[in-house]
Structures are given as C-alpha cells and as structure tokens.
Design a protein around this ligand. Structure first.
Ligand SMILES: NC(=O)c1ccc[n+]([C@@H]2O[C@H](COP(=O)([O-])OP(=O)(O)OC[C@H]3O[C@@H](n4cnc5c(N)ncnc54)[C@H](O)[C@@H]3O)[C@@H](O)[C@H]2O)c1
Length: 422
C-alpha cells in the first residue's frame, strides 16, 4: 500500500529587523537562566554574539560565549565543542548565532549534553550507527547570520566525518530548534562570496524539495517509522515556490550590493521559506553529490571564507552538480522543472525541455561568481569514482530523488559537471 500521510513541522519563528534584540525575553519565557551561546570567530568579529549575550543578561539569563565553531564542522570540531560545553556547564538552554556551521554545532552539543554515547552513534547509516536520541534535548534558539541553510528550522545536523572523507548527517525530530529568530540585519555583514554560496544552498533546497519524489509514491509507513523528510507534499511545495520567487528578485542584487536592505530581507525570507519546505520534504541528488565534494576538498580556497585550510563551501558544492542533476531528473516531473525555471526567470517560455532549468541555473551561477564546475574546485576525471562512492553513501537523500539513481547515473552527472561552461 502506498503512503497517504505526510507530516509537517517547524519551530516557532520570530522574523524581522531587530528580532535578535528580543532574545533575552524569549529565553526567559522558556525558563532559561544560563545558556551557552555557540558561534564562530568570523561571526564573533561582527560583534553580534556579544551584543546578544549582553541583552540576554538584561533578562536574567547568563550567556557564556563559545566562539570555537569550525566552518564546515567536522566530527572532531563538534567533539571539541561538546567537551567545552560539558566542562563549563551546567546549562539550561543553548543559543546558536551564526550560519549553518554554528547552528549544527549547537545541535550536536545539545544532543550529547542530554543523551548517552558518542556522536558517531547518531550519524546516519551507513556512515554511523543511525541511533535515535532517547532523552529530550535542551531548548535551542537558533539565530542565523547567513542567508542559506535553513538549519534554524530543520531536524538535521551536518558534519564531516574525517576518517571516512565524507559529510553525513544526524537527523531526528528532537534536533529541531525550539525557536528560530531570523533577523535580516544580522546578515548585512555577510561577505559576497558567502552570500553567493549560501544563496545557492537556498535555491537548491527549494528546487530539490519541489522536484523530490512525491510523498504518495513511498510505501505506507507505520507511525514509528515516519521520518522528517517525507517527500514532496503540498505544504512544502508552497514554501519552495515562494522561496524561488523571492530569490529571482533579490539574489543577484544581494551579491553585487550587500548593503541593499530590501535584497537582504528578501534573501532572509527565502532562506526561511526554503528551510520550512525542504526540512519536511527532503533534498536529493545535488545535496548527495555535495557531501563527497566538500569532504574531499584539497586545494580550493574560496573568497569570503577562512583560508586556514582548503574547503568547498556547502552551498557551492551543492550547486556544482545541480544543473546536470536537474537535466537527469527532468523526465520524472517535466511540469515542475519548467515551473521552477519560470519562477526563477520569468522570461523563460512555456515550451521548454530538459535544458531549460539547467540553462537558468548556470546563467545565475555565472552572474554571482560560482566556479564553472567541479574541475574548478580542484577535482579531475580521476576523482569521479571516489565522488560517486561518497554520493552513494547518502542513501537517505538519494531515496528522495524523483527517479532511481544508479552509480552509472551519478558517474554521468559528475562527468558532465566537471566543466559547466567555458
Ligand atoms: N542543518 C541543516 O539543515 C543544514 C542545511 C544546509 C547546510 N548545512 C550546513 O551548514 C554549513 C554551512 O553554513 P552556512 O552556509 O550558513 O555558512 P557558515 O556557517 O559555514 O559560515 C560561512 C562563513 O561566513 C561567515 N559569516 C557568517 N555569517 C556572517 C555575517 N553575518 N557576517 C560576516 N561573516 C559571516 C562565517 O564566519 C564563515 O566564515 C555546512 O556545514 C552545511 O553542511 C546545514
């Protein structure tokens, strides 16, 4: 019997300029007295975390700042944050101020402060043990400073598992933040390179969840088998469509002129909407491919990010195989691919085909300075087998693709994504 039920969940949301100034009140309403504020050095340098910590104090909530988050966190960096939090606790709430790196690190800290075992026990199979938390977590308030991941509303925590050279995730409803506070003012200082990469993450969240396998095509689940990612569904579709429309009017401007408040506000809303969509529907091939690209970075140093070590930012890694992934999935849902292309570029006609969405995507990627393919971030044809093997470990994501994906299909997508344009 096929599925007849879909689920939908989000945290409470506070959105708008100045929203982060109310955090002390919000935490006091949750009964918090002592919170760890998790952030990274780049965000700490903007002054926002110390300002937010001081405002929390005004409401009787002591905030202690941990600014040691690693950009694109690893199992080792998350363990260091967990160790720090254990040594400096006890805490009764957790606040994350930063991009997905800080929010995901805060989720891992929250999980291991409240539940037994090791981080790897909870990482999705086959990379980790796939265990579910048994104990309730602390209240987590997530305050994004990038316009990208939607991590403030999702049940997912992404990490690079160093020994296996692959990114993977922990996914469970208990990881979802209690409250998302989205304050576009905090995003004004995002460097252009971060705005471009994180913005491609928003766009791919919306496009992948919109083209995901519909929830009605899965086998019927028992209640205890239900997972947060349940496939494309009418509620997630609505958020995805709105997110793509907002990006169409703001993305190029936000990258070219970071001081444009209207563009920054629209990007923040697009990130929030896309997060509320994909966080329930799921993502598929571009995200599965991104994990080995990011996990195997060895030479690329993107502008706007810390340059201590090579990295391919998550949103950039996702975007690099997106045009070819959507060419591959077109036949599974032509109307949806064309509708998405039209939302992103209203000049596109109704008589398009498999090339339409890839064409609109690569035009945008060129305009905002995304590298022209997988080769441009340090890979060559000799890496394809390893990249395919890493993508195949993301079975949770590939299962949401609108058509079955074999190793041969992934090889074709990576090969054609080496050089997207000359
Ligand atoms: N949990 C989820 O649902 C989810 C979804 C997508 C991605 N992710 C993960 O999130 C991470 C990427 O997060 P991200 O793209 O938000 O960026 P990030 O947190 O990695 O930050 C990127 C860079 O931008 C800087 N920065 C952030 N905000 C700034 C601001 N306002 N002003 C100045 N500098 C600022 C940071 O210091 C850092 O150098 C990846 O690890 C990815 O796997 C998680």
């Amino acid at each position: 019997m096929t599925e007849t039920v879909f689920t939908y969940g989000t945290p409470a949301l506070k959105f708008g300029d100045g929203a982060s100034a109310e955090l002390g009140y919000d935490l006091s309403m949750l009964g918090a007295r002592r919170a760890v504020l998790v952030t990274d050095a780049g965000v700490a340098a903007t002054g926002a975390p110390t300002r937010i910590a001081a405002q929390m104090g005004e409401f009787g909530v002591e905030a202690v700042v941990f600014d040691g988050v690693h950009i694109e966190p690893t199992d080792a960096s998350m363990q260091a944050a967990i160790d720090w939090a254990r040594a400096h606790g006890p805490w009764d709430a957790i606040v994350a101020v930063g991009g997905g790196s800080s929010i995901d690190t805060a989720k891992a800290v929250n999980l291991l402060l409240t539940n037994p075992g090791e981080l790897i026990d909870y990482v999705n199979q086959p990379v980790g043990g796939g265990q579910a938390p048994t104990q309730p977590l602390l209240p987590l308030v997530a305050v994004p400073t990038t316009t990208g991941t939607g991590a403030e509303s999702t049940t997912v925590c992404i990490l690079d598992v160093l020994a296996q050279h692959v990114k993977s995730g922990i996914s469970h409803a208990r990881l979802r933040p209690t409250l998302a506070v989205v304050d576009p003012e905090l995003t004004m200082t995002q460097p252009a390179g971060v705005t471009a990469a994180a913005g491609m993450d928003i766009l791919c969240h919306a496009l992948e969840s919109y083209t995901a396998r519909p929830y009605t095509s899965f086998d019927r689940k028992r209640p205890e088998q239900r997972v947060p990612y349940c496939g494309a569904n009418p509620v997630a579709d609505m958020w995805a469509e709105r997110a793509i429309g907002l990006l169409a009017g703001s993305f190029r401007t936000a990258v070219a002129d970071g001081g444009d408040r209207a563009a920054r506000g629209a990007m923040a809303m697009a990130a929030t909407f896309a997060g509320m969509g994909f966080g329930n529907a799921g993502v598929h091939i571009p995200h599965a491919n991104a994990y080995p690209i990011a996990g195997r970075a060895r030479s690329f140093r993107p502008s706007g990010y810390p340059d201590a070590e090579p990295l391919v930012p998550h949103g950039m890694a996702v975007s690099l195989t997106a045009p070819e992934a959507f060419r591959f999935t077109f036949d599974a849902a032509p109307d949806r691919h064309l509708r998405a292309a039209q939302l992103l570029d209203p000049t596109v006609g109704r008589d398009g085909g498999p090339d339409t969405l890839p064409g609109v995507l690569t035009a945008l990627m060129r305009d905002i300075g995304i590298p022209p393919g997988v080769a441009a971030v340090g890979f060559d044809e000799g890496d394809i087998d390893d990249l395919v093997e890493g993508a195949q470990k993301q079975q949770r994501l590939l299962a949401t693709a609108p058509r079955p994906v074999t190793a041969e299909d992934l090889t074709g997508i990576f090969t054609r994504s080496m050089t997207l344009w000359e």
